[in-house]
Write a protein that binds this ligand. Structure first.
Ligand SMILES: NC(=O)c1ccc[n+]([C@@H]2O[C@H](COP(=O)([O-])OP(=O)(O)OC[C@H]3O[C@@H](n4cnc5c(N)ncnc54)[C@H](O)[C@@H]3O)[C@@H](O)[C@H]2O)c1
Length: 370
């Protein structure tokens, strides 16, 4: 069964389809969006080796021809050299204004391909087929596209909504466990920021979901997409509420910068640790019950996830240096650090009024546990 989540954005509205076995049916699902029977696919080499043939067969079953470019896997691909390569290839392939570009891969491919589609011939449509859990629940939805530069992550890009998102939860079975759990960090984030009942459900079903329970995976992806779709529909370009999706991210970005975006810490791992730190900060400021951060920590531990700074291998800078790294976050407004804090599980809010001493105290306590 395919479940559909609609992202309500007037003339840019689109569907997210969630279910098992969508890739073999991609031809029928994508055909209504095509003016001619061909698509250009951007993917990475790992995903291509595992899933590109299934996509090719699914498309050719509907008479749709496909050409594909597989880029090297990994965050380093999300920069100017591979971006230029992708755009020139799309032009070589004579992709026209009314054609559709398909992104088959994790967040790296989705962000790069989406940005390529945004600028190619001043904008062509694109379809996201996210293959990592992080991409299915987060990066493929909402239209943020872009690449990294030597100045930092995601600094060049565009808002460009996809025409369609196909989340085939069956594809997740080939994802390495560490990447799966990193994506789960973003799933937990949704419960923590706005849906306490969803967090209760994750506490009960998370371990089965990680072991491969198909229905649980579909439900978790669908609920995450619903929550993101609803927030994006309220605030597409992040003037207000969309910042709630950054729960845990201010801490996460500092930790990612401190570990130089290496595989010492994956983005979703940093989000999970960052969510816990945000709850510790909220409890310290008397905003949420003291039990909430303990409950968050217990769930992350039960899932076998990185929970504390001690779980990050290697040295970390001191609390002052981490705070300074938070100040480099591109979401800083007029020099004011913005935090997403919580009045309880499922009750996040945005604030700029956080005393630096409280942040330092939470960071010092976390570093002391190392
Ligand atoms: N646009 C947004 O709103 C948004 C939101 C969150 C994150 N992001 C971006 O997403 C990126 C991270 O995404 P990611 O974690 O998917 O990283 P990724 O694209 O690098 O994928 C992680 C790894 O998993 C492999 N992989 C993907 N799907 C697989 C599958 N089904 N089977 C086996 N291997 C598979 C990839 O080859 C890669 O090695 C970052 O660049 C981040 O900035 C964007």
């Amino acid at each position: 069964m395919i479940e559909t989540v609609r992202v309500e954005l007037a003339e840019r509205a689109y569907d997210i389809q969630v279910g098992e076995g969508l890739l073999p049916r991609a031809g029928a699902l994508i055909a209504p969006y095509l003016h001619r029977s061909r698509v250009a696919v951007l993917t990475d080499e790992t995903v291509a080796g595992l899933h590109l043939d299934t996509l090719r067969e699914g498309l050719s079953a509907q008479g749709i021809a496909m050409s594909a470019l597989a880029l090297p896997p990994g965050e380093a691909t999300k920069g100017w050299p591979q971006f230029e390569r992708a755009v020139e290839w799309l032009l070589d392939e004579k992709v026209e204004r009314r054609d559709v570009v398909v992104a088959l891969g994790g967040g790296v491919i989705g962000d790069l391909a989406g940005f390529a589609a945004a600028v190619l011939r001043r904008g062509v449509r694109f379809v996201q087929i996210p293959t990592s859990l992080l991409a299915q629940v987060d990066s493929s939805v909402g239209g943020k596209t872009g690449i990294n530069t030597r100045h930092g992550k995601n600094l060049v890009g565009a808002f460009h909504q996809p025409a369609l998102v196909l989340c085939d939860t069956g594809i997740l079975s080939t994802l390495p466990e560490r990447d799966f759990l990193a994506g789960y960090g973003e799933v937990v984030k949704y419960g923590l920021l706005g849906d306490a009942a969803f967090f209760d459900w994750l506490e009960a079903e998370g371990p089965a979901l990680a072991r491969g329970d198909r229905q649980a995976r579909i439900r978790a992806v669908r609920r995450s997409c619903e929550m993101k779709a609803e927030i994006v529909a309220r605030d597409e370009t992040e003037q207000g509420d969309r910042a709630l999706l950054n729960l845990g991210h201010t801490f996460c970005h500092a930790l990612e910068a401190a570990t130089r975006y290496s595989d010492r810490l994956l983005h979703g791992e940093g989000v999970a640790i960052g969510c816990l730190l945000a709850f510790e900060l909220s409890a310290k400021l008397g905003l949420c019950p003291q039990e909430d951060p303990s409950r968050v920590a217990a769930h992350l531990r039960a899932m076998g996830m990185k929970t504390t700074l001690a779980d990050i291998p290697g040295d970390l800078p001191d609390a002052e240096a981490l705070l300074a790294l938070m100040g480099q976050d591109k979401k800083v407004v007029d020099g004011q650090l913005r935090f997403i804090l919580a009045r309880g599980i499922g009750q996040a809010f945005v604030t700029s009024e956080v005393p630096a001493e409280a942040v330092l105290s939470v960071l010092n306590a976390a570093l002391a546990r190392r």
